[in-house]
Design a protein around this ligand. Structure first.
Ligand SMILES: Nc1nc2c(c(=O)[nH]1)N[C@H]1C(S)=C(S)[C@@H](COP(=O)(O)O)O[C@H]1N2
Ligand SMILES: [Mo]
Length: 201
């Protein structure tokens, strides 16, 4: 057998789209929920940004729909190793909300809370500059309850557990405060391209 040592390692297919250790789930959209799926009513649901901000603010469902719409088209990656290509989610950019609350210079991290008590943490920088959305449609349809409807966070550059379903509060902090999965051994950042699945990765 001829040696091909200098040719280099082959990339996974489709080239460049699949982070290390992930597979393409195809048309499936698995549901992963740690808690009981809640019934969240759009007319009573609110979203609050508080903590280290100049102007704490709460939006209703109607308030969010007055803001300029924004869409994410691209891939999502779950830490359980499925990735889903070319998804489409609609809602608003988180940049709009951050502009309203005016984060203090001391704010470095965000602690995210869902109506159910599910929590997760991430650096403020991962929610800025077109990297995060609050979404209520998937493939043009209202986001289903099991996928976080009426409204979920979407942070597709990180593993999908950071995209809290039924999100209701983002608290800006000057330190990193671990959420549900992070306290249970998952990574504080969770970058799929660096395969940051667990603490210490
Ligand atoms: N509230 C809440 N949000 C959550 C979760 C959860 O258990 N509860 N699971 C996370 C994980 S691990 C993943 S992979 C995605 C799954 O979203 P999906 O069920 O829409 O595929 O939601 C994330 N957001
Ligand atoms: Mo996940």
């Amino acid at each position: 057998m001829a040696t091909r040592g200098f040719v280099g390692r082959r990339r996974p297919e489709p080239a460049g789209k699949l982070p290390p250790g992930q597979y393409d789930v195809g048309r499936d959209f698995p549901v992963l929920t740690a808690e009981a799926t809640p019934v969240v009513r759009p007319d009573t649901w609110t979203l609050t940004l508080d903590g280290l901000v100049g102007n704490e603010h709460t939006w209703t469902w109607q308030d969010l729909h007055q803001l300029p719409a924004s869409e994410y088209r691209g891939d999502i990656h779950c830490v359980t190793t499925w990735s889903k290509f070319d998804t489409r989610f609609g809602g608003i950019s988180l940049d709009l909300l951050l502009d309203v609350v005016d984060p203090l210079p001391t704010a470095t991290h965000v602690f995210v809370t869902a109506t159910t008590g599910y929590t997760t943490n991430l650096p403020l920088g991962e929610l800025r500059d077109g990297k995060a959305w609050v979404v209520w449609t998937h493939e043009g349809q209202p986001l289903s309850r099991e996928h976080g409807g009426p409204v979920r966070l979407l942070v597709p550059r990180l593993y999908f557990w950071k995209s809290a379903k039924w999100v209701t509060k983002l608290t800006l902090l000057d330190h990193d405060q671990q959420g549900f999965w992070e306290r249970n051994g998952y990574h504080d950042l969770g970058d799929p391209w660096l395969e940051q699945r667990y603490q210490g990765d």
